[in-house]
Design a binder for this molecule. Structure first.
Ligand SMILES: Cc1ncc(COP(=O)(O)O)c(C=O)c1O
Length: 459
């Protein structure tokens, strides 16, 4: 049997790790996860942790869910691979499309399957361009996103992601097609004394001003996560999207809701769009679509968008895009079973039931001297660390304080993730119980104490 240490050496020798300083990784080595049950995972040395970020915001049903394992096994036995190119199809893909449409917000009646959130966003961008070419509006191509938004890292989606780390060192050649606005963080972006209402009015005005400056005839779409996840868990003011959406409609700009994190119950409703009154023309979803058990993502679009796309494909003779694994029957079968389980088990209602405890324990962390703001919705939360609570001054980024808190959490058996802006993200599996929520926050509160203790000693 391989010992954990030799596994570590082999990881360092061969694996290129995303989201690390690769040299620092060589010095530190990996945390090798070998098993999991429910909200818990185990490492190669037998230590147990609460998976407080549900992997990467995805394992909604927890680990070891036999009904999903069985769905994958059954589908592999029947037909392990087929595709949806050129008139082919398969049962799980058809049934999954039907189920997604039935639960989708608004009039989203068409589904295109891909493998990842980034691919779903890339597909949304390409179809928005295709759509406007088809409508004889070839100049209408710009996409508006927000700073701190996360939409993936492929070449096109990477242009939309408004975070420095996703840009530095990479050429992003299509800059003039992608524009970024202020994120709806009242805490960080609000002016002194500015009410939340005045703040959202200002953001709506910023959008109007941008449209006037570059011309609505050059703008195809606006993309937004209902709640920003990877950029620092930014929960928008309740009326933010209600002010933004009419402006988009007025200027014939598509609204793309990036539901890759918020979709499937995370905010307490099926979609973040339901929680915030968004009526999207397109939706990207992934992650909790299969509870992270298989890679699968989707782009949903309205009939109105689809009809234009279909007409253009008839003119050109083909819709010239698709992926080998885009309509893979095994991830589709697992995703279909995932959506069935959400219904059978009442998972979204469970989120609404336990969310008050989650938010109460989250909010209580604002009492801690290091926590400037604790914010959340449903079972999604973030704490923003500050040097001075009154002025909201941040720590020197070189200190990497959020990463230190996350390290201290790991030492206490809790896995979380540091996010830009000195934020610690919290996003447990949706099946977490109230007792487990208490356990999670006890560990996090302890880790905050450990961190401030270390800061005091260093001072
Ligand atoms: C909102 C959002 N969109 C898109 C993506 C990209 O998804 P993927 O990593 O599957 O490409 C992510 C990933 O975290 C995300 O959070």
């Amino acid at each position: 049997m391989t010992t954990p240490n030799s596994l570590e050496a082999r990881d360092i020798a061969h694996l290129v790790h995303p989201y690390t300083d690769l040299r620092a990784h060589e010095a530190k080595g990996p945390l090798i996860i070998t098993g999991g049950r429910g909200i818990w995972v185990e490492d190669a040395e037998g230590r147990r942790y609460i998976e407080g970020l549900a992997g990467l915001w995805c394992v909604a049903l927890g680990f070891g869910e036999q009904r999903l394992i069985e769905a994958a096994r059954r589908q592999m036995e029947r037909i392990a691979y087929t595709h949806t190119f050129a008139h082919r199809s398969s049962e799980p893909v058809i049934m999954l499309a039907e189920k997604l449409v039935a639960m989708a917000p608004g009039a989203l009646n068409r589904v295109f399957f891909v493998n990842s959130g980034s691919e779903a966003v890339d597909t949304a961008i390409k179809l928005a361009w295709y759509y406007n070419n088809a409508r004889g509006k070839p100049e209408k191509k710009r996409i508006i996103a927000r700073r701190r938004g996360y939409h993936g890292v492929t070449v096109a989606a990477g242009h939309l992601t408004g975070l420095a780390y996703a840009r530095a060192g990479f050429d992003l050649p299509m800059r003039d097609r992608f524009l970024h606005l202020t994120p709806p963080s009242h805490y960080r972006e609000g002016l002194p004394g500015e009410s939340e209402e005045a703040f959202t009015d200002r953001l709506a005005f910023e959008l109007e001003t941008l449209i006037a400056a570059v011309g609505a005839e050059t703008i195809a779409a606006f993309i937004a996560e209902p709640v920003m996840g990877a950029g620092g868990v930014i929960v928008p003011p309740a009326d933010y999207f209600r002010k933004i959406q009419p402006i988009l409609r007025r200027h014939d700009i598509l609204m793309i809701a990036d539901e890759v994190i918020c979709g499937f119950g995370r905010t307490g409703n099926a979609w973040g769009s339901d929680t915030y009154g968004i009526e999207p023309d397109m939706v990207t979803c992934a992650k909790q679509l299969s509870s992270g058990y298989q890679p699968i993502a989707a782009l949903l679009m309205t009939d109105a968008v689809f009809e234009v796309v279909a007409e253009q494909s008839a003119k050109l003779g083909v819709l010239g895009m698709g992926y080998t694994y885009g309509g893979h029957p095994v991830p589709a079968a697992v995703a279909l079973r995932t959506l069935e389980i959400y219904e059978e088990d009442g998972t979204f209602a469970h989120v609404r039931r336990v969310s008050p405890r989650f938010l109460e324990r989250l909010k209580a962390l604002e009492q801690h001297p290091l926590v400037g703001e604790a914010r959340g919705v449903g079972l999604l939360g973030g704490i923003e660390l500050v040097r001075d609570k009154r002025t909201r001054e941040q720590f020197d980024p070189a200190l990497k304080l959020a990463a230190k808190v996350v390290e201290n959490c790991a030492a206490r058996g809790l896995l979380l993730r540091p996010l830009p802006g000195d934020v610690v993200g919290i996003c447990p599996p949706l099946v977490i119980s109230e007792d487990e929520i208490d356990d999670l926050f006890d560990r996090l509160a302890g880790a905050l104490e450990d961190t401030s203790g270390a800061l005091d000693r260093a001072a």
